[in-house]
Write a protein of this length. Structure first.
Length: 366
């Protein structure tokens, strides 16, 4: 029992000390927990950051005459920043940037129809910067250099290609165009093509062959036989070729502004190509590119038939009847020749095989 009494005292002191500690902690800790706001203390060698007051930038955009330019785009950029601000000039040409940070800046001004302008400056703290009047200059017009080849030169080049067209490599096939949109011929070119055709050596050979066949069959018996008869037949046949070519392919086409050439179709059904070939004996393409009645071929056939009455034997002249007969024969011969052109002759003309109607470029306009 004695030992228990001795041990209770220390516990009482411990509780007293604990209570005193708790009381003391409760009085002291609240007092220390009430701290004052932190104050920035200047450290030697360290600069304090002080906010800078922003400013504004304004100005006016005008044209070379001094009139205000509305709708001009003004971009404000800073050397120390990646961002940019944009303002649009009003009807009075003025622009305004508010709340601009001080420091170096650059203004870039653009407007439709004017050359771009740039202006640099420095905005001080709190300053209302008024930029000098920005006068725009007219933008230089871009000129595109284009080479326009005259239509006459284009036609001349195309004629040179046509003069290379020979059936079986030697028979002239000049009056056929494998370019559906070939440039129209001038009057001079129409006459040159007629001369080229009538003076071609093969024309003389074919004329001689026709005259020989007529003499063998005693056609136009009034010419007689022998060398004299053959010469008369040859002269008449060549005169027919010359008058028909010049009147129907040069003189009348020049006066009526029509193209004497046959324009190869080469596409579509066989029926459509047959109808096209036959129709081209009475229709043709004008110098304006439009299809029209082929007055040159029709009137040329009548004229050639009428002129032939001047040198055919008297017993073979039948006046107007012969003229109409020869004209009808001429038109029918044109239709037959066109059918051969459409389905046969191109295959026999080596120089024409390089032409593809579906891939030909359009000819230039004057």
């Amino acid at each position: 029992m004695a030992s228990n009494k001795k041990s209770s005292r220390p516990r009482s002191r411990c509780f007293l000390r604990t209570g005193a500690c708790v009381l003391l902690f409760g009085l002291i800790v609240p007092a220390h927990s009430q701290q004052k706001p932190t104050e920035q203390v200047a450290v030697p060698g360290q600069q304090l950051s002080v906010p800078q007051a922003s400013g504004s930038i304004s100005g006016t955009v005008v044209d070379p005459s001094g009139a205000a330019v509305a709708g001009a785009r003004v971009e404000l950029t800073r050397e120390d920043r990646d961002t940019e601000e944009v303002a649009i000039s009003g009807d009075d040409g003025q622009f305004y940037f508010d709340g601009a940070a001080p420091g170096p800046f650059r203004l870039a001004v653009t407007a439709e129809g004017f050359a771009a302008q740039a202006l640099s400056g420095t905005l001080h703290e709190g300053e209302n910067y008024l930029a000098p009047r920005i006068a725009l200059t007219l933008a230089a017009k871009k000129t595109e250099m284009s080479v326009i080849v005259p239509r006459v030169e284009i036609a001349e080049e195309q004629i040179k290609e046509e003069e290379k067209q020979r059936v079986l490599g030697f028979i002239p096939n000049f009056y056929v165009s494998y370019l559906p949109n070939a440039a129209p011929l001038t009057s001079k070119q129409k006459f040159e093509l007629a001369w080229r055709s009538t003076l071609d050596p093969v024309t003389f050979l074919l004329t001689g062959a026709i005259a020989g066949a007529q003499q063998a069959n005693n056609t136009f018996s009034g010419y007689g036989q022998g060398a004299q008869g053959y010469g008369k037949r040859y002269g008449a046949d060549y005169a027919d070729a010359v008058t028909d070519t010049f009147i129907g392919s040069a003189i009348l086409p020049s006066l009526l502004k029509q193209d004497p050439r046959y324009f190869y179709k080469g596409t579509g059904t066989a029926r459509s190509r047959i109808l096209y070939a036959i129709a081209n004996s009475v229709i043709c393409k004008g110098d304006n590119g439009r299809w029209q009645a082929n007055y040159s071929n029709i009137l040329g056939s009548f004229a050639a038939g009428g002129i032939s009455n001047l040198y055919y034997p008297s017993q073979d002249r039948e006046g107007a009847a012969l003229t109409f007969e020869n004209a009808a024969i001429g038109i029918g011969a044109s239709a037959a020749a066109n059918l051969l052109q459409e389905f046969v002759i191109r295959k026999l003309t080596p120089a024409a095989r390089s032409h593809d109607p579906s891939k030909t470029p359009k000819s230039s306009q004057p």
